[in-house]
Design a protein around this ligand. Structure first.
Ligand code: ATP
Length: 237
């Protein structure tokens, strides 16, 4: 069964349609890339899927219909969203951010265990547990945003441009982390990225959005060899 299934999703702003009839799936432990030019509608697709933007169409999470469900409830059911550049509460400490991420978790023991777990994964965050999130480096903030989203133990994690503004070495570490989350914890990952090269290396499949519609889809290996994709997204003539 797919962890996330999206059928016929359409959404926009102020009555203006932006994305139309999006159909995509993310399997358990699968990394799926959503690529496309600036303004193609990638962020809009993630915002609609997470429920912060009104949409039509159907969404199923682990087989459960979540189409009419609020954004907060989608998080509680296991659909996490790390929005572009705004994944942390900058005026709260690192530790408070993790606790805020677990707002839908009722077990204090589980919150304590998961906080310890993520501090184990990210020793740099542990060292800075009392520091305000806004004073972390860009890479540390992105790691915190992902750890915070993972506090609900999501089935699917949607990441919007996680590499934005990060140095190449930090981006490489981040992508290793995402690959491990998918492989070791079975988290399905839907990733929107400008860095198509690196994304197609860790993704199993990819979709390409053009003017709000899915224009191309296929395995990451096939898409990396597609000359249209190479020209448009990989900088290869
Ligand atoms: P990028 O790679 O540049 O982030 P994207 O593929 O994520 O682009 P979106 O951010 O989804 O694209 O934007 C798609 C279209 O929707 C753009 O034309 C954008 O101007 C428009 N748009 C985005 N947010 C809003 C908003 N809040 N109100 C009105 N139009 C918006």
């Amino acid at each position: 069964m797919n962890a996330l299934e999206i059928h016929g999703l359409s959404a926009g702003y102020g009555g203006q349609p932006i994305v139309r009839d999006i159909r995509l799936t993310v399997g358990t432990g699968e990394i799926v890339a959503l690529l496309g030019a600036n303004g193609a509608g990638k962020t809009t697709t993630l915002r609609a899927a997470s429920g912060v933007l009104r949409h039509s169409g159907k969404l199923h999470l682990d087989g459960q219909d979540i189409s009419g469900v609020s954004a907060a409830r989608r998080v509680a059911l296991g659909l996490a969203h790390v929005p572009q550049g705004r994944g942390t509460f900058v005026d709260f400490s690192v530790e408070e951010n993790l606790r805020l991420g677990a707002y839908s978790v009722t077990s204090a023991q589980r919150i304590q265990d998961d906080t310890a777990y993520w501090f184990g994964v990210f020793p740099r965050l542990k060292e800075r547990r009392a520091q305000l999130a806004g004073s972390l480096s860009g890479g540390e903030q992105q790691m915190l945003a992902i750890a915070r989203a993972m506090m609900t133990r999501p089935k699917v994690l949607m990441c919007d441009e996680p590499s934005l503004g990060l140095a190449p070495a930090v981006t490489a570490d981040l992508f290793v982390l995402l690959r491990d989350l998918a492989a070791d914890r079975g988290t399905g990952i839907l990733i929107v990225e400008q860095n198509a090269h690196l994304t197609l290396e860790i993704a199993a499949r990819a979709y390409v959005l053009e003017h709000g519609e899915i224009a191309i889809e296929g395995s990451a290996a096939t898409l990396s060899r597609n000359s249209e994709i190479q020209r448009a997204y990989l900088g290869i003539e």
